[in-house]
Design a protein. Structure first.
Lengths: 396, 396
């Protein structure tokens, strides 16, 4: 039996999972016990009664974030429920620690009711320095994140929503730098308006891109179909963050005509060569569906694409959230931030883009590698600065 | 500033708390990441979708328990709320690990509403192999534990209720052995009917002690005052687990006359010499209020007590929950038990008592030391056996 197991199953079986929770100090003597437990432990308790902020000094709160899922939208696996999602959450915690030294504990919720998720997370929040939501389906994830951030005084961050949006934003900043175009000249099509797509659309607008078109399960997004959409897409239309297509356009192929950039956060093999060929000259393709992108890089290149990014590690320009969330969490915890602000997200995007110097920048190198050791601490510093800066009147 | 801090505060500040959550394996290479996270992680997820029990093989679930508090009855500190209780919960987790190797993560709940506590713990349960409730005030703790154990398929254990009761039971077994008395001859007074006291009363009855009298904040417990009591005391009266005092007895002093054993889980300095002198010859005193017992051992001895126990480490016969919960949790997790049964608790009590051989047994040595290395694994084995034994018709 055991010999037939795959390497991944053996890896997970070896230590029964991937995370361990252990005392930092050895408890050898009675004196150790007197300090770590009764009677010594009463002192930090009473200090925290006097000033809750001291929990950051005397407990793990300042070091540990919760990684919370309801198992409704797990990686490529879909709605597999809470317990089967635990290996992914342990893995995410392990990644966070590897890249940032920030610790995380997985919480898999036995409910997919947004109100119950919100109440449960509020109830368990005192232990944690921040909440990372993970693999919760859209549009519930948007409401859950907003209400939690509204009600809690610690950062709440849904990586699926913002992580990709920040990395794509950094990529677009460097696309503009490389092609010497202004962001407001670029016409962009975003395919997918779920957790990631909707926030990509939002951030591209905030960066100054004025023409962002969207495509989703209902087809080309446009104002006349307003009632078809979930509240997230409606908000984007209300804010004019999604441009209405000119004329009577119904297909993705027609939508892509005359556009400069395609960003896919949708489904494998959605694009064909013809669609890419219909774009403006030197089209830019970010095909981020994982593991099978909207169009394979070699096909996109054959159709004329000059800058190509995917979510995969085996092609250049990997758009991977791990470039952002470790540094963002580290900076937020160091700043004892009470929320993840737009300023912090934008700071992360600009910082990530700026890590590549002008002379290094090329169509195959618009983002740092996930193994680039400068990334986490640079982003942490940028986010720390953004989190601790006195508010100014300027709108970011 | 820092120089003036006490050793306990410095100890807690050094690493910012006492627990760490870290990856077990180094994630060095891309291959490591492929196994620990995507794409490899999908395999254990899908295995657990097929069979939830495999979470015990592929995740931390089988290794980690939650230590859950609402901060309502913390050690000697009382109702200090969730966050200030975190140092105690980290300490309890550290103790559990030190004595058993079982890992634990603290969850401090920002609610003291029993229904919300129950719902929250149910919602977060998938991550954990067992739930240890901690420092939740009575009588809520009783209802919370029962409903959770009823609704969850993992062990739920409130140490404050059962830990002390199991250790006191072991002590009473050895008192009977040492004094060559039958348990059903002993007349016992229990002072305090909260979380610990009520369960001491219950377990003493289950051990075969027939005369258990109780004293609490309302005075001597008796049937005619039934309506005064909380539901826990009412249940004990309904089950005839609390004996009605003979005649019209209203004071603790009168209640103790003619009794053999006093067990205090109540308040410092409640007893005086005269009360002890009024007991039967060679009285036995377990004065477990902490840190100041119901009567100091030297005073009890002066008044004639022959066997004396306290909760303190600086006197013989320390009645300390740490003798039980590590082994009980270890055995329960090893057995993948779905609940903590009465059989497991009784097995723990008998096992703990039996660790002291006849020739070793003395008035100053009726329980093993908390540092006795045999204790955890012996109790774990006894509980494992009790948990995995086929149910018989015999009532334990």
């Amino acid at each position: 039996m055991s010999e037939q197991k795959s390497p991944a199953l053996k890896y997970h079986e070896l230590h029964r999972g991937k995370l361990q929770v252990t005392p930092i100090m050895d408890l050898q003597t009675k004196e150790d016990l007197n300090l770590a437990y009764t009677p010594g432990v009463a002192e930090p308790c009473l200090e925290i009664v006097k000033d809750k902020a001291l929990a950051y000094n005397y407990t793990l709160k300042g070091r540990v974030v919760a990684i919370v899922t309801d198992g409704s939208a797990v990686l490529g696996l879909g709605n597999i429920s809470a317990l089967p999602a635990l290996p992914v959450m342990e893995g995410k915690a392990a990644l966070l620690y590897k890249f940032s030294g920030i610790e995380a504990f997985p919480i898999c919720l036995d409910t997919q009711d947004p109100d119950k998720i919100i109440e449960t997370v509020i109830n368990i929040a005192p232990t944690f320095g921040a909440i990372m939501l993970e693999d919760i389906s859209a549009p519930n994830c948007v409401r859950i994140e907003r209400e939690l951030q509204d009600k809690l005084d610690i950062p709440v961050f849904h990586d699926d929503q913002h992580g990709t949006a920040i990395v794509v934003s950094a990529a677009m900043l460097n696309v503009a730098r490389l092609t010497k175009k202004h962001l407001d000249e670029l016409k962009v099509v975003v395919s997918g308006t779920g957790a990631a797509g909707s926030n990509v659309i939002r951030m591209l607008n905030l960066l100054g891109i004025k023409s962002v078109y969207a495509y989703n399960i209902h087809g080309v997004v446009n104002r006349k179909d307003y009632d078809k959409y979930d509240f997230v897409v409606k908000e984007l239309l209300d804010a004019n963050y999604i441009s209405d297509p000119e004329g009577n356009i119904n297909s993705l192929e027609d939508l892509m005509k005359g556009k400069d950039v395609f960003i896919g956060l949708s489904a494998p093999n959605l694009l064909n060569e013809k669609m890419v060929k219909g774009m403006n000259p030197n089209p830019i393709i970010f095909a981020l569906a994982n593991p099978i992108p909207e169009i394979m890089p070699q096909l996109a290149r054959k159709a004329g694409a000059t800058i190509i990014g995917t979510g995969r590690s085996d092609y250049p320009n990997q758009i991977n959230n791990v470039l952002v969330f470790p540094g963002l969490m580290k900076g937020a915890l160091q700043a004892k931030a009470k929320s993840i602000t737009l300023e912090m997200k934008l700071a992360a995007a600009y910082c990530l883009a700026d890590l590549i110097k002008d002379k290094e920048l090329s169509p195959e190198y618009i983002l740092p590698s996930v193994f680039d050791e400068r990334v986490c601490d640079s982003i942490a510093a940028a986010c720390y600065k953004a989190a601790t800066k006195k508010p100014s009147r300027k709108k970011a």
